[in-house]
Design a protein around this ligand. Structure first.
Ligand code: C5P
Length: 294
């Protein structure tokens, strides 16, 4: 099933909004606009939120969600995505979006960006806008660097420029991970802000990983997991070194942060391996997930 396919009638339908991991993230340089150019490998995983869309005859944009950390107004990327399309196309209609939030908030898993992408796809259908993928991607870029990846409906992609220039990758490999999300937020802006580019290694891990994924070489994938934001994340939250060490002690194949953290994942050999390790880690951490490529 395509992720943007409605599961019920025309006026009300639900979309899945999945999370991502970054298997490699190389920061290349700081740009004049304050962003950083990077190269990253995105993996879509089977941890997802659900968004249900209802058309509203009045022009209001309303978000409904029980999660205490989810803002319901203009700070929410769902709201901003809807407002962007509403203004751009002079839409009189509004929308109600019911959000079931399972992806931890501000955790390096791009839950908010994925919700924005699902909203663009959902409103394209609900409001009959007939926008092409290319047009949706342009709106996605305006909402956030991670938004375009989720518009492509692909499990793997290479992200370049701000991470928003997407090249879908046709890899057949499916990976299992154990994912630990400590219960505090990290802000991407802050992590990039304290990054010292002179301290990042001049490695070629992204290209090596691309080859290893293509060749289904699990041990090589594990060896070359990397994230240039790691030192900055650890500098801001030194206690995360303990989480990494605990994961490593669990006999995973490799460990890395996703995005700007604090989520840490361990690459596992199989579903049962991920399941076993998640049981051990659940004794110490509250948010532990066994996840796979989706
Ligand atoms: O694009 P997004 O709104 O998710 O980015 C949040 C913040 O992360 C930006 O304001 C910027 O400080 C930082 N960032 C960056 N380079 C990127 C992506 C994000 O510096 N490629």
């Amino acid at each position: 099933m395509r992720l943007d396919e409605p599961v019920s009638g025309m006026k009300t339908f639900s979309l899945r909004s999945p999370a991502k991991l970054n298997l490699a993230l190389k920061v290349l340089r700081k740009r004049p606009d304050g962003y950083h150019n990077l190269r990253t490998i995105f993996e879509r995983i089977n941890l997802w939120d659900d968004l249900t869309f209802h058309a509203r005859a009045s022009g209001d944009i309303r978000i409904f969600c029980h999660h205490p950390q989810v803002p319901l107004g203009p700070k929410n990327l769902i709201f901003r995505a809807a407002q962007l399309l509403q203004k751009e196309f002079n839409m009189r209609q509004g929308v109600s979006v019911h959000l079931v939030k399972r992806i931890p908030v501000a955790a390096g898993l791009a839950g908010g960006s994925s919700n924005a992408a699902a909203t663009l796809l959902g409103l394209n259908r609900l409001w009959h806008l007939n926008l092409s993928l290319e047009q949706l991607v342009e709106y996605g870029k305006r909402l956030g660097s991670d938004v375009p990846f989720f518009l492509y409906n692909c499990p793997w992609a290479l992200g370049e420029n701000r991470g928003d220039a997407i090249q879908p990758l046709n890899f057949s490999i499916r990976l299992w991970h154990v994912l630990v999300t400590p219960r505090f937020k990290m802000y991407t802006r802050e992590v990039f802000g304290s990054l010292n580019l002179q301290l990042t290694k001049p490695d070629d891990n992204v290209n090596i990983l691309l080859r290893s994924l293509k060749q289904n070489d699990l041990s090589k994938v594990a060896k070359f997991l990397s994230n240039d934001l790691e030192s900055s994340i650890l500098q801001l939250r030194p206690q995360l070194a303990v989480v990494m060490a605990k994961l490593r002690a669990c006999d995973v194949l490799g460990v890395a942060f996703s995005g700007s953290g604090p989520s840490v994942f361990g690459l596992c050999r199989s579903r049962s391996h991920a399941g076993q390790i998640s049981l051990i880690l659940r004794r110490q951490y509250r948010q532990v997930f066994a996840v796979n490529t989706m």
